[in-house]
Design a protein around this ligand. Sequence first.
Ligand code: THU
Length: 162
Amino acid sequence: MPPKKIKQVSELTEWEWEELDSGKQSLVSAAQKALETAYAPYSQFLVGAAVLLDNENVFAASNQENVSFPVGTCAERLALGYAYGQFPKAKPLKIAIAARRTSDLSTYAAVTPCGMCRQSISEYEVLFGQEMEILILTPQKTVLIGEGIKQFLPFKFEDLNR
Ligand code: THU
């Protein structure tokens, strides 16, 4: 008998800018603006993230690097921690991410959240019982949308007994 298969299928949708509602457009715009404050002298990779809470507040942050490389922190985790720090009871509903390379400021770089950020997004999803919509700006100025971190982090670690 072959073993039982357990599959997880991921799905992103791709949207033209004009197809996005104004709320999504302004969240992605907030991520684009935030990357301008990146401190990324080592990677030259500028990332901005913006989190929308269910009380309609938006908190944005950028990646902040360190000469001791692992100390650097991604934009996504800073934005999520910043948002929680201001409104610990508000659910994060959406997170938008945008990136550029200092070597080519004329276009956006394709970025998806790193593994640590995926796990961090998962933590807030589990805590609030609310999946986040994850919006990613592409170099073509389209926006990829994933419904929940499960689209990026299949078989993710969480306390299965909770
Ligand atoms: N980075 C982010 O801030 N978010 C991502 O989703 C990917 C990577 C940062 C980490 C580091 O400062 C730089 O981008 C290059 O990896």
